[in-house]
Write a protein that binds this ligand. Structure first.
Ligand code: NAD
Length: 477
């Protein structure tokens, strides 16, 4: 039986300090969580070093089998995982169930990639004096990895680090978000049940800045993989020295809808509403900025507004719920301030704009100046802004006028325009005829500018969790 209670009790044996874990929607206390000490993190690093030695005895086949088995265990416990995500993050159950389904896929992709970690042969005789040598590369695991994860996908974004780490033969310590530690522990239980050596995946709960520093200061930790806000990401990179680092950070995702889409506006509007308001917009690739060709403005906005106003607010565990409480009061007041600032700067509120219990009524703003925070910062809440443009060139310019560069979407039937956006958008992933709020778990996924450094997506994450080595055989010697 999977559960998090025993593990939390075990952590509590070594620390007296705890903090309350609160359901963001109901505000009721779920339970007390251990505030682990620096010594606990240091011990975890030593344990993980032993775990790494044990991982060395596992063949690719065995690691693949373990990952496959974890995907089965998560499948068998879908409901438990979905309810745990929903409980700690306040995510509506339909999105939490979707996150579990994606987790299963991420694990399966990890199981596949564990068997495919291949190098290449190198023609050393292509260099002068290189004759007589056969050379090839191998990818070797790097050792202990420190993973620091955010609150918004407490399961799948942990799997995006643990799956590739295990596939490559590493051990990993996860420091989950303070607000959502339970899913990471359940997942750890699933890995242990599947046969992973106990010390190969360890969860340490508590304060990010303090425990993160212990990971960063340790010589034994060879890589930090971080998903979270740009501010923390930059700080981590500045403290990481020569450790490998992957940073998956925020965005203010933009979407362009071209006039060639006249017949499809209702469908696009519906997709964009899902893109902008799923999990209250607390998604790194939430559809935040929409640029409409001026010819389709009225009709698109009408469809968009109608759909937004039908979104259902309520209990996250209710299957009909689209929107629930935001993660905390700080987010709520920040978002309201930003809406207010945009209004002062001339933006028009098409719908929403006011608080509702622990959240904001889903909000759509029109004609927002670029320098307003709802446009140039990551809103991370249920707010979408709409601006009109005269043509694709103007849209491209506006979309690129951002400190971020993760995903962007474009709806167009004009092939030349699609290719221009594909090549010219300064982002990591361009989605033609899709909203930017789209990620498949095996695709390369990484940001430019303030959106990140390095890539995830199982195959790509694995490459960043291994050391490349070349071996040359001089057969003429
Ligand atoms: P956050 O940066 O506040 O926290 C993320 C993690 O970092 C937590 O575990 C926290 O404890 C830890 N942390 C905080 N300060 C730290 C420090 N000084 N040193 C080390 N660790 C520290 O982010 P959040 O509010 O949990 O998540 C929201 C952010 O995450 C948004 O910006 C969102 O866009 C981003 N995000 C990005 C992706 C992606 O794949 N690009 C996915 C999800 C979320």
């Amino acid at each position: 039986m999977l559960g998090y209670k025993d593990y939390l009790d075990e952590l509590n044996k070594k620390t007296e300090n705890t903090y309350p874990l609160v359901n963001p929607h109901s505000k009721s206390e779920i339970r007390q969580i251990p505030e682990c000490t620096n010594e606990q993190m240091e011990d975890a690093i030593l344990d993980a070093q032993e775990g790494f030695q044990k991982m060395k005895n596992l063949t690719s086949y065995k690691r693949s089998q373990i990952l496959e088995r974890v995907s089965e265990i998560v499948t068998d416990n879908k409901q438990l995982f979905a309810e745990t995500i929903s409980l700690e993050s306040g995510k509506p159950i339909k999105f939490a169930t979707g996150e579990v389904a994606r987790t299963i896929e991420t694990l399966k992709f990890s199981a596949i990639e564990a068997r495919k970690l291949e190098g290449e042969s190198i023609r050393l005789d292509a260099a002068p004096n290189g004759q007589g040598r056969d050379a090839y590369t191998i990818h070797q695991p790097i050792g202990v990895i420190g993973a620091i994860t955010p609150f918004n996908f407490p399961l799948n974004l942990v799997v995006h680090k643990v799956g590739p780490a295990v596939a490559a033969g590493n051990s990993i310590i996860v420091k989950p978000a303070e607000k959502t530690p339970l899913s990471a522990i359940l997942l750890m239980e699933a890995f242990i049940e599947a046969g992973l050596p106990k010390q190969a995946y360890i969860v340490i709960t508590g304060d990010g800045p303090r425990l993160g520093k212990v990971l960063l200061n340790s010589e034994l930790v060879k890589k930090i993989t971080f998903t979270g806000s740009p501010t923390v990401g930059k700080l981590i990179k500045s403290q990481a020295g020569l450790k490998k680092v992957t940073l998956e950070l925020g965005n203010n995702s933009a979407l362009y809808v071209d006039k060639s889409q006249k017949d499809k506006l209702e469908t696009i509007a519906n997709q964009a509403v899902i893109g902008g308001f799923s999990y209250n917009g607390q998604v790194c690739i939430s559809t935040q900025r929409i640029y409409l060709h001026e010819d389709i403005k009225e009709e698109f906005i009408q469809h968009f507004k109608d759909r937004v106003e039908k979104l259902v607010y309520g209990d996250p565990l209710d299957e009909n719920t689209d929107l629930s409480g935001l993660i905390d009061e700080k987010s709520q007041s920040r978002i309201l301030e930003w809406i207010n600032e945009a209004q002062q700067a001339g933006a028009e509120v098409i719908t929403g704009g006011s608080p509702k219990e622990n959240t904001i009524v889903p909000t759509v703003l029109l004609n927002v100046p670029q320098q307003a925070k709802v446009s140039c910062e990551e809103i991370f809440g249920p707010v979408v802004i709409i601006n009109t443009v005269k043509n694709g060139e103007e849209a491209l310019k506006e979309m690129n006028n951002s400190q971020y560069g993760l995903n962007a979407g474009v709806f167009t039937s004009d092939l030349s325009q699609a290719l221009t956006f594909g090549h010219e958008l300064d982002v990591g992933q361009v989605l033609i005829n899709d909203v930017p709020t789209l990620r498949f778990d095996h695709m390369p996924y990484g940001g430019r500018k303030n959106s990140g450094y390095g890539h995830e997506g199982v195959k790509y994450a694995i490459k960043e969790m291994t050391n490349l080595k070349m071996i040359s055989l001089n057969h003429k010697f």
